[in-house]
Design a protein around this ligand. Structure first.
Ligand code: DAH
Length: 322
C-alpha cells in the first residue's frame, strides 16, 4: 500500500520515503525468515527427542534363517577336498550334447544315453544340430572343461545341479552331484582308494570307515568301480562304519584315454582317477532325511528342522557339522 502511494509524491519525498520503506521491508523479511528457521529447529528438536533410540538395547527375538542341507553338504564336501588340494570348477547347466555325452565316450547309440533320462532343449525350426541338454551329470565340467581350460596335472571337484526325468522318494528331476578328478604322471587306483576313504572318514565323522570297491562299468572310466560303504541298519537307523550291510555311495574309476584326449591331454603322458557322488544322497544318509522330494518343496517347517546355523562354516579342523 505504502509503496503504491510513492507515485503521488514529489521526487524529494519519494527518495526519503522510498528508502525508509525498503528498510522496513528488509526488516520484515529478516524477521519472517528467522521465525521460520526457529520453527523448523523446534520441530526437528521435538522429533529428535521423541524418536530417541537406545542402540544398546538387546535385539528383539527373531527367527534366523538356516542353511539348506544341500548347501551344508556342498560346503562340507568342498572343505574336505580343499584340504586334500582339490580346487573347485564350474560349468554350464545347459550343456552341448558333445560335452555331456560324446566327449565322455558316450556315443550316440550308447545305452547310457537312455539311462540318463535326459531333458532336451528346444531347437529353432530348421536347426538340425543335436539339441543341447540339461546336463545329466557333473562329469562334463570336471572331466572335459577343466582339462581344456587348466590342463594337467590337475586336481578339481565340481559340486552342482544336474537334471534327469525321474521322480520318486529318492529321485527328483533336479538333484546335485559332486564330481572329482585327479590327474598326474603316476596317479593310480591306490590314490583313488585313499582319497575316497579319507573323504568318507571326514564326511561321516567316523574313524573306522570301510569301503568296498566293486567292478562296474562307466563309459568314461576304465577300469570302473562302484564303491560301497560298510554300515548297519538298526531299527531304520543307519550307522556308518559297522555292521554287515553295504551301501553303494558313488561311482569311480581311472579316466578313459579317450576322455583325456577329448580334453586335449595326451593319455600316454598323463593318467588319473575320477569319481561322482550324489550330494543329496550324502545329505540324506548323514542327517537321516528320509524323503528327497521334501528337499525342494521350500517348506519352512522342514527347513527349520533340517537347516544349519548360518554362521557355522564347515572346516576340517573346526568341525564339519555342529
Ligand atoms: N557321471 C556318473 C553319473 O552321473 C557318475 C560317475 C561315475 C562319475 C563314475 C565318475 C565316475 O567320474 O568315474 O552317473
Amino acid at each position: 500500500m505504502k509503496m503504491r502511494e510513492l507515485g503521488k509524491m514529489t521526487p524529494e519525498e519519494r527518495t526519503t520515503t522510498g528508502a525508509a520503506l525498503n528498510r522496513l521491508k528488509d526488516e520484515i523479511d529478516t524477521a519472517l525468515r528467522a521465525k521460520k528457521e526457529a520453527l523448523a529447529d523446534a520441530a526437528l528438536n521435538a522429533r529428535l527427542e521423541s524418536e530417541w533410540l537406545d542402540v544398546t538395547l538387546p535385539g528383539r527375538p527373531q527367527r534366523q534363517g538356516t542353511i539348506h542341507p544341500v548347501s551344508q553338504v556342498m560346503d562340507e564336501v568342498t572343505a574336505i577336498f580343499a584340504d586334500m588340494g582339490f580346487a573347485v570348477a564350474e560349468g554350464p547347466q545347459v550343456e552341448s550334447d558333445w560335452y555331456n555325452f560324446d566327449a565322455l565316450n558316450i556315443a550316440p547309440e550308447h545305452p547310457a544315453r537312455q539311462e540318463h533320462d535326459t531333458f532336451f532343449m528346444a531347437r529353432a525350426e530348421g536347426d538340425n544340430r543335436p539339441p543341447h541338454v540339461l546336463r545329466t551329470h557333473t562329469s562334463p565340467p570336471v572331466q572335459i572343461r577343466a582339462l581344456q581350460e587348466r590342463g594337467a596335472p590337475i586336481r578339481v571337484i565340481a559340486p552342482g545341479r544336474v537334471y534327469r526325468m525321474d521322480m520318486d522318494q529318492t529321485h527328483t528331476p533336479m538333484f546335485h552331484q559332486v564330481e572329482g578328478m585327479a590327474l598326474g604322471k603316476d596317479i593310480s587306483m591306490a590314490n583313488l582308494k585313499w582319497v575316497l576313504e579319507e573323504f568318507c572318514r571326514a564326511f561321516f565323522e567316523v574313524d573306522n570307515v570301510e569301503l568296498r570297491f566293486r567292478a562296474s562299468h562307466f563309459p568314461f572310466t576304465e577300469p570302473s568301480a562302484e564303491v560301497d560303504i560298510r554300515c548297519s541298519w538298526d531299527n531304520g537307523q543307519l550307522k556308518i562304519g559297522e555292521g554287515d550291510a553295504w551301501m553303494e555311495i558313488l561311482g569311480s574309476g581311472m579316466m578313459h584315454p579317450k576322455v583325456l584326449a577329448a580334453g586335449g591331454i595326451d593319455p600316454n603322458e598323463y593318467q588319473g582317477f575320477a569319481f561322482g557322488i550324489g550330494i543329496d544322497r550324502l545329505a540324506m544318509l548323514k542327517y537321516g532325511i528320509p524323503d528327497l522330494r521334501a528337499f525342494f518343496e521350500s517348506d519352512l517347517r522342514w527347513l527349520r528342522h533340517y537347516g544349519f546355523a548360518a554362521l557355522d562354516l564347515p572346516t576340517v579342523f573346526g568341525g564339519l557339522s555342529k
